[in-house]
Design a protein around this ligand. Sequence first.
Ligand SMILES: [Zn+2]
Length: 433
Amino acid sequence: MSRFRMYPSLAQAERMLTHCAHARYVWNLAVEQHAYWMPGRRSAPGFAEQCRQLTEVRRENEWLGSGNADVQQQALKDFARAKSSRFTSGFGEPTWRRKHVHEGFRVIGTDRVPEYHVDGSPKVNAKTGRQVMGRSVVVQRLNRRWAQVKVPGCGWVRFRLSAKGNGAQLPEAKTFRVTFRNGQWHIAFAVIPDPVPAPGTDTVIGVDRGVTITAALSDGRRLNCPQLTVKERARIRKHQRRAARAPKGSPAKAAERAKVAGLRAREANRRKDWCEKTSTMLARSYGLIRFEKLNIKTMTRSAKGTVEQPGSGVAQKSGLNRAILAQGWGLLRQRTGHKAPGRVEDVPAPYTSLRCSACGWIDKNSRKSQAGFVCSSCGFTCNADTNASINVAAGQGGIFRPRRTAGAGGTTPPNHRSSVREPQPIWVGIPLF
Ligand SMILES: [Zn+2]
């Protein structure tokens, strides 16, 4: 991704914040229009109709009319795209954007450049017979480290070419997005990065994701996602405490909260950085990367329960949820998928941690402690996470067969299965429990 830190002047930052406010206002209007729809009503206005309405609103409303029309129209376009891809994007239905939280706007390039097909031949408009002219953002390099970009109403805004390698080149994009979060401005150019070249070998690596070790690889390596240090966590608590004690609505309270947000942003940045580097490493050095299939959404479900039936261990569960989300499991899988398209597989997770990677025996007694794995059948000894990742690399967990009787005089527990069953996974020679 071509994302850079932006350094606007004070006046520019002020104008860009107004852009953010306009884009958010227009987006929320669109959300409201679509939320009003229900069966029996006429369908909510689409992009073209909304653009017409926007022109009208800009004429009547001076605050909105003083803003940049392109920025506002792009907010509508963003909404249309979010709406049409709501089933596939993973974000679901477009929702409200909030002040201080979702600050950002999209800018469409003003430069016109001739467009070409992938094979290099010019794209020609079938009706007019002339070459198609595409949009391009106006970017200028200042020196090795700095460049500037045209933002409507703000003139040239400087940004730092921070990343090595890819970042040293000026990005070529049709649009870019500016965001303001935790006191920092960023610019992200809409370019799809080239996939990382495959190593050309058929090496397979299995990745087992866990809480104590973020990613255990099947070659025995254990990678850890950096977290906040003990000192930084203590600082968060200090500022939270000061914020709680400051008078309501005071500038001191806001300042303490901003410090907490800054530290949290640092944690997120560290996590993202680690995920990017690790996923590039995986994509570059292995032909096939296998992850165990995790449903993080259900894993991090709250234990809170309902008012009538409160759950148990709510605080512990929420702590575990926080620990899971702090590992960046989902991001690592997603970015690896982007960088190595077609070379990432998801392996069903059940029993990958209980199966012996040497003999295939599945027994929960093999895992007496959190870290150690000692096979109860063949005596194979290994780190538990590494053992699981070897199973993942082999592409199998296992199929657990429950005992049919529960000991002497016991009853067979009902297993809620009908006698007519769907085709079951093929049994792969793992000894019965
Ligand atoms: Zn074994």
